[in-house]
Design a binder for this molecule. Structure first.
Ligand SMILES: [Zn+2]
Length: 337
């Protein structure tokens, strides 16, 4: 019975998406739910690429898809900046949209930023401090790309991981079926950095170069340029993209202090916003943010909500698998059902 219900739901969803697509294409029809929506929706984007958005993971959309989003967002909603959010400068009639980017990939600067400027759409970029290290790559990006670019199994700290290549799910798995990313999720930055170093070494350089749009990070000049525009801001995404909720008090404080100081040096200003890596936080993390005058706190979905008087802004993650009009529909509804 449960299974039937599940299938029925999937079928009606696919039919509805098809109906919206055709009607939008033919008649520029906008579903009523979109017009009715109000409140605030903070969107999360990660990467913008030119082709093959699903090549390594589901965190990318193409520049074409992104511009389709921007055109519709501008037409249908009220766009706000981080300053508008801070000053509660929001519309009562329309749904307010703030666009955010996590992880600080270079393509945010090369592909997203020009389009955002072209359409005069504000945004916030949450960036780590990895650009300032000798190996400026994110552990999670490299563990996503490596299984597809390395033909052999890998040995990491005396443990074998074999690559599983299923569409959209390329992973290195150990013999218990635990992925490399999961296995070292709670590990220290030093450990994760050494794994990145190992993986990078075995990927053929030409393949690495061909795919750099999927993992190359923004440099400091690019961060500076973004933050020169009043509508665009840089926020913290932790220092090393560590899951802050797994750290001790001292380590949380170090991560935040170093991140705040890093941006003070690079951008010559104090940042006020942080998006928690993995959307993950706890009361200790919130208290540490207060101590470092990080006042605008961003999570992801509701799942990590803790019982707290502090306001954590929930965000809505965009999805590469739906068309622009359907993405607007799901943004309006605040879920993918
Ligand atoms: Zn992230």
């Amino acid at each position: 019975m449960v299974k039937l219900k599940h299938i029925y739901k999937k079928v009606t969803k696919a039919l509805r998406e098809g109906f919206f697509n055709i009607n939008y294409k033919l008649f520029k029809y906008i579903p009523a739910e979109i017009h009715r929506a109000n409140g605030l929706r903070i969107l999360v984007y990660h990467g913008i690429c030119e082709t093959e958005p699903y090549k390594f993971n589901s965190r990318f959309i193409t520049a074409k898809q992104f511009e389709e989003h921007l055109v519709l967002i501008k037409k249908l909603y009220n766009l706000v900046s981080l300053k508008d959010l801070k000053n509660n400068n929001l519309s009562n009639e329309k749904l307010n949209i703030l666009i955010t980017f996590d992880d600080g990939l270079k393509n945010n600067f090369t592909h997203a930023f020009p389009l955002l400027k072209k359409h005069s759409i504000p945004a916030v970029f949450f960036v780590t401090g990895l650009a300032n290290t000798s190996l400026p790559y994110m552990f999670n990006d490299i563990t996503d790309i490596a299984p597809l670019l390395i033909n052999n199994d890998v040995e990491i700290n005396d443990e074998y991981f074999f690559s599983e290549k299923i569409f959209l799910n390329h992973r290195f798995l150990n013999k218990e079926g635990v992925s490399l990313a999961e296995r070292y999720h709670d590990a220290s930055y030093v450990t994760r950095e050494s794994i990145v170093r190992e993986l990078i070494k075995v990927i053929p350089p030409a393949k690495l170069d061909e795919n750099k749009i999927y993992f190359e990070l923004m440099n400091e000049e690019e961060m500076e340029e973004i933050s020169e525009y009043p509508d665009y801001e840089i926020g913290s995404h932790g220092l090393y993209h560590t899951d802050l909720s797994t750290l001790s008090d001292i380590d949380i404080n170090n991560e935040l202090e170093n991140s705040v100081n890093y941006f003070a040096a690079v951008l010559d200003r104090r940042i006020e916003a942080i998006a928690f890596p993995f959307g993950s936080y706890n009361q200790k993390v919130i208290t540490a943010c207060e101590n470092h005058e990080l006042t605008l706190l961003f999570g992801t979905e509701k799942k990590f909500r803790v019982d707290s008087k502090n306001k954590i802004y929930e965000r809505f993650t965009v999805n590469p698998f739906v068309s622009a009009i359907n993405q607007m529909y799901y943004i309006s509804k605040n879920n993918y059902e």
